[in-house]
Write a protein of this length. Structure first.
Length: 342
């Protein structure tokens, strides 16, 4: 049976927990382990809960004559570099996610004890890779990227019990209408797993600051957002990336959106948070009521009372007051409480 909440380092992702913020590095380290290390430090300062890296070997990912082969080779980190970077990420206290693209990279990520593994949407049709991730006994995040539902269900059947879905357009940057935030809740209900958003919006737009907050308000269990140390360099993955300063602001807006969303109204008979007093009325005495006098409807009034003092019985409880005797004298406009009645 799939789990509604998954461990991610010292955090928990899923039902009943705050929206988890993942700072996605992608290839923004530009092949420099020193830059990757600086990005780990920046992610911690930006308020992220976790950090995500793409771990791959170009020779296993694309054919030799692929137009992006040289670009991928330029940003590929060595085995030794990954050992250093992923070890530092774990030591930072952040949750560590590795999106892996081949078996050797999966082995490296597992050896470095990353907390979760991620499947690129293009690899939902790679059952051996998905099975390998499930066998690593770590939470698996499946990127859906607009893939057909049948394909998503097939991948879910292979990914094990600790699995979540990553909703989001495969094209970056993507326009706002491509987010389809209503699908977050629908996917959670349909697949019964945690669901998050990989936000693909343009990192240079104002909307990029609020899109993750809107996702949280729509019930996203986690949000992934690219970041880069310097957007002006226009390096790899810069288009959907936020600067560290904007990422920090994005996290603040997301947390405010969570608070604004509030809690569900509790079911009848359960205890919720105390409701505010402002605007509420209590039953008060319309005039002086003598001790032993029977209270009748014309003797009662429903008014707002001083919020500094304990509230009395609600107007809906008038039937509990009418017909009872006053246990002591009740002054005009005094709030009527249960202990005043026989």
């Amino acid at each position: 049976m799939r789990k509604a909440a998954l461990p991610l380092g010292t955090r928990t992702l899923g039902e009943g927990h705050p929206c988890l913020v993942v700072a996605r590095v992608g290839s923004a380290h530009e092949g420099s382990p020193e830059s990757a290390l600086r990005m780990i430090e920046a992610a911690f300062k930006m308020g992220a809960d976790a950090i995500a890296f793409e771990v791959f070997r170009a020779e296993s990912l694309v054919v030799r004559r692929h137009p992006r082969r040289r670009d991928l080779e330029a940003v590929e980190l060595s085995e030794e570099d990954w050992r250093r970077v992923l070890g530092a990420a774990r030591a930072s206290g952040l949750g560590v996610v590795a999106e892996v693209f081949d078996a050797p990279s999966l082995e490296r990520a597992v050896a470095s004890e990353v907390h979760a593994l991620q499947v690129h949407p293009g690899d939902l049709e790679n059952p051996d890779l998905v099975r390998g991730m499930a066998g690593a006994r770590r939470p698996v995040l499946l990127g859906t990227g607009g893939r057909p539902e049948a394909l998503v269900r097939d991948a879910l059947s292979l990914a094990g019990e600790e699995v979540a879905l990553v909703h989001g357009s495969p094209d970056v940057p993507a326009p706002a209408e491509e987010l389809r935030l209503r699908e977050l809740g629908a996917a959670r209900e349909r697949f019964r797993v945690p669901v998050g958003l990989a936000d693909p919006t343009d990192g240079g737009s104002a909307f990029a600051l609020v899109a993750p907050a809107l996702a949280a308000a729509h019930g996203a269990d986690f949000v992934e957002k690219h970041f880069t140390l310097d957007r002006s360099r226009k390096g790899p993955d810069y288009a959907p990336s936020l600067s560290p300063e904007d990422f920090y602001r994005m996290v603040e807006l997301l947390r405010q959106a969570e608070r604004a969303r509030g809690e569900l109204v509790p079911a009848e008979g359960t205890e919720g948070r105390p409701a505010g007093r402002a605007g509420r009325r209590s039953i008060v005495a319309g005039a002086l009521i003598a001790r032993g006098e029977v209270l009748l409807a014309p003797m009662l009034a429903f008014k707002r009372t001083d919020e500094r003092f304990e509230a009395g019985l609600s107007p809906k409880d008038a039937h509990r007051v009418i017909g009872r005797r006053a246990a002591r004298p009740i002054q005009a406009e005094e709030t009527i409480r249960e202990d005043m009645l026989e």
